[in-house]
Ligand binder design. Sequence first.
Ligand code: SAM
Length: 213
Amino acid sequence: MEACAPVLLARGKPCKNLKEAAENFRALLSFEEIFGNRNPVELEVGCGNGGFIAELAVREKGTNFIAVELCTNVLLTAMERVMREGIPNIRFLNIPAEILPCYLPPASVRRIYLNFSTPLPEPSRERQRLTSERFLAIYDAVLTEGGEIIQKTDSGYFFDYSLERYRAHGFTVKDVTRDLHKSAYAEGNIVTEYEANFLAQGKPIFRAVAVKE
Ligand SMILES: C[S@@+](CC[C@H](N)C(=O)[O-])C[C@H]1O[C@@H](n2cnc3c(N)ncnc32)[C@H](O)[C@@H]1O
């Protein structure tokens, strides 16, 4: 963990109570200071072992990336790769996405990637789904005007739920496919770790974009 300090911006919870932290604690990041440039910023929520964001950052050198992940173990793999390969345009937050407003300035992010977020079908866990209204309000606050959320999932149920939530929140939904790998959106798609597993099982991948108008 210590060796990864240069790419880790924050870790853990600033207060015990997440709601209190999200509302009251602020340690807003200066992307210009962090990256040494004013390039646009994109965010991945739940980056896992970081394969997707590392590949994207190498492909898009003129964009800065922030990757958020709750689980320290998988994030270590991601950070070690970025350190080893010297990828300059990625930094990490080892925090729950619930407290993103503590660190990300309002209207500072032009795109958010949600790759294979856990569907959590139990009604009692609706609030924890990364496309529930409380998370959409957070994404809305940190996205620029015209900013977008790009979501991929293997779960038809979670996909339909997410599209309904985006629309209810006021986002415009576009570029919808229920079988990404047989669609026009397959070109340039970066396959994530979970996506590779689902593809190996012969599952279709659902994908959509939600735009903040
Ligand atoms: C199913 S995995 C997908 C990993 C990766 N995106 C992929 O496609 O291979 C979902 C990831 O989201 C993370 N996660 C879930 N809820 C989170 C939250 N509230 N804040 C940050 N990360 C979260 C989990 O720890 C897990 O690593």
